[in-house]
Design a protein around this ligand. Structure first.
Ligand code: ATP
Ligand code: MG
Length: 345
């Protein structure tokens, strides 16, 4: 059985990177897989969150999922803290993962910054919890942006070590997958790719577009009004050369590459096609077309999000229902894990 799991943190303004790198692709996978989409609030508190804002943001991410076209009746949409199995399995994985593995994680280094002694223990253990999110549902595929590639690799390492540490017990209890029956957890495949796997900041082509970037001009938020989208794209950093006519010519031009990638992902065409249409021309012409495209695509989503968050009871009911359905799947895995590890229940 093929199952998709992915999550988005309720940590602030959802932006075009989250949409193109993650949410838009979540929507596209619904016809081919059983999907579980999670608002990962336990991850959010690895850095300080104002409690009142956090509640709002959990509902806002949920609204973004639904406004973008995720169907919470056919698939599962819920917030992580309502299913305690995430935290329980994360503890087991904290005891499987090695310090050396976590020490290599670049996201921790970036988010902890210079004052590492003052970072939360949760921020350090973040990748164990992410492995638990995925493996609690024995998900086979995880759509994420390029920035999460290293965490996905760690998830596979954790799955592999668990499978091998407990291999004989897994076989004895008959809980293994596939022919050999020794592996309990699948080695999850990341689904990363397309022209917008890493959308960059509009102010700095070397930094990814991020919710946590202090400059609002660096990102296009899903709830931005048309005039804000237009002014951010017009102000977006570029270089003085005209657009190249072939994708080769984007090398060494990160800002141009980024805008062409955004256009390609929004219009669902390859970068080559975008350059065939706009190559050789000035940025101003291309930027005007990009504004029109972005407004046409994001405007209705932002509008629907605002309508949905105005009815929090409706959103909370969706999350409760999703959590109840997720819990059934989670409990099954967790009970098996307890048997494998040797806990009495
Ligand atoms: P934060 O700064 O709080 O980490 P974020 O913008 O990185 O926020 P996340 O909630 O951590 O957002 O990530 C949600 C999903 O969006 C993940 O799949 C992640 O890979 C993807 N994503 C985040 N930023 C980008 C980006 N710039 N381009 C493409 N995908 C992205
Ligand atoms: Mg992130």
């Amino acid at each position: 059985q093929q199952r998709v799991f992915s999550g988005v943190q309720p940590t602030g303004n959802l932006h075009l990177g989250n949409y193109l790198g993650a949410i838009q692709r979540f929507v596209a996978l619904q016809d081919r897989y059983d999907c579980i989409y999670c608002v990962v609030d336990l991850h959010a508190i690895t850095v300080w969150q104002d409690p009142v804002e956090l509640k709002k943001q959990i509902r806002e991410v949920t609204a973004a999922f639904i406004a973008s076209g995720i169907d919470p009746a056919r698939h599962i949409v819920f917030n992580q803290s309502q299913v305690s199995g995430h935290a329980e399995l994360a503890w087991v994985f904290n005891c499987v993962a090695r310090l050396g593995w976590l020490n290599r994680m670049t996201q921790f280094k970036e988010k902890a910054g210079k004052d590492r002694e003052n970072a939360s223990v949760g921020l350090y253990a973040y990748p164990s919890l992410m492995a638990a999110d995925i493996l609690l549902y024995r998900a086979t595929h995880v759509p994420v942006g390029e920035d999460q590639k290293q965490h996905l690799e760690l998830t596979r390492d954790i799955a592999q070590k668990f499978n091998s540490d407990f291999g004989p017990t897994i076989t004895r209890l008959g809980l293994g997958l596939g022919e050999t029956g020794e592996a309990f957890f699948p080695l999850t495949e990341p689904l990363i790719g397309g022209p917008a796997a890493r959308v960059m900041s509009l102010r700095d082509g070397s930094k990814k577009m991020s919710k946590s970037d202090p400059s609002d001009l660096s990102r296009i938020n899903l709830t931005d009004e048309a005039d804000q989208v237009a002014s951010k794209i017009r102000k977006a950093k570029t270089d003085p050369e005209p657009l190249p006519t072939e994708a080769e010519g984007l090398k060494g031009r990160p800002e141009a590459d980024n805008l062409v990638g955004i256009y390609a992902a929004l219009s669902d065409m390859p970068k080559e096609q975008v350059l065939a249409d706009f190559g050789g021309g000035q940025f101003s012409t291309f930027k005007s077309a990009l504004v029109d495209l972005a407004v046409a695509k994001l405007g209705p989503i932002g509008g629907e999000m605002k309508r949905l968050v105005a009815e929090p009871e409706h959103i909370d009911a969706i999350l409760r229902d999703g959590a109840a359905r997720a819990r059934v799947l989670a409990d099954e895995t967790l009970n098996q894990v307890k048997d494998i590890v040797g806990f009495v229940r």
